[in-house]
Unconditional design. Structure first.
Length: 291
């Protein structure tokens, strides 16, 4: 069996930065709080909880004066202000690229533009952005264009982990809907997310099966699943190794392994090594390639 792994697997630089900061800080602390998961990877979150990270669903659960992490996806303006009122010692784990997108939107709004965001309205990144803007409009897909309120000047951006093809499809529809108006589109899907989507879409026909490793709540990982579904390619989405995967791939000749940007390398390596080990036990060869 030939097993091809997308070469830039593991954490993206923004997630790695967040996890590294959290690990370093927790080494010197008894505990720290965070609103929601640090990243959408339960394996990483579980490890950090053992080191003293306390994941809460509301700042009401955080004692005044505690150490509080801003999660990598961002934090709403209201919660940021509440953290100040509670005298929390805040440490930001927010991805610099997410901050850059927010600032871009704020700058355009100051110039008189209304902002359209392609993304999940319930995602932390989108909620954080909306909280810092005046009347931003959020759409989840192409159909959302029909319900938009039109303005003379509009900025179109996206959540950093969205699907690049849908981003362009929405922009095309917006261009038709916004004739005689000023429409600015800025591509704000992060490079690591884009590269993984691009590689998978480009090589979708090269493999019999895709193993997609990442959190089930991970936006960018779910976009990889959507690409497989769109092309009717057989795949499985797992957070870590599961023996049932072997039943899906044994007997195949050519499979691919790709991960979301919040998946650590160890989880991907475990999947590859487990398959390789079972092939060896059965007397078969396993060729591991990184592309």
């Amino acid at each position: 069996m030939k097993i091809t792994v997308f070469k830039n697997y593991g954490y993206c630089w923004g997630v790695k930065r967040a996890v590294d900061i959290a690990v370093k800080e927790l080494n010197d602390l008894e505990s720290a709080y965070i609103l929601g998961p640090i990243i959408h990877n339960p394996n990483t979150n579980d490890k950090l909880k053992k080191d003293g990270l306390k994941i809460v669903s509301s700042l009401a659960e955080v004692p005044d004066g505690s150490v509080f992490f801003f999660p990598s996806h961002g934090i709403s303006k209201i919660d940021e202000e509440l953290a100040v009122k509670k005298s929390l010692r805040t440490i930001s784990l927010i991805c610099p690229f997410v901050i850059k997108i927010e600032q871009l939107a704020i700058d355009y709004e100051k110039k008189g533009y209304k902002v359209i965001i392609y993304g999940d309205p319930l995602h932390t990144e989108v909620k954080s952005m909306v909280s810092r803007l005046n009347n931003a409009q959020v759409i989840k897909d192409e159909e959302g264009v029909k319900s938009l309120e039109l303005h003379p000047k509009m900025l179109y951006i996206s959540q950093s982990t969205q699907n690049r093809d849908v981003f362009y499809s929405i922009f095309s529809r917006l261009a038709a809907a916004f004739e005689w108006r000023e429409l600015v589109g800025r591509f704000t899907i992060c490079q690591d997310t884009f590269e993984r989507q691009d590689w998978m879409a480009t090589h979708i026909a090269d493999f019999e099966f895709f193993i997609i490793v990442g959190g089930h709540q991970s936006s960018n990982t779910k976009k990889l699943v959507e690409i497989a579904d769109l092309h009717k390619k057989k795949s499985v989405h797992i957070e870590k190794w599961n023996p049932s995967v072997w039943d899906m791939v044994k007997g195949l000749n050519n499979i691919a392994v790709i991960s979301g940007t919040s998946t650590n390398k160890e989880d991907v390596d475990e999947v590859v090594n487990e398959i390789k080990g079972r092939l060896t036990q059965d007397g078969n060869n396993a060729g591991i390639y990184y592309a």
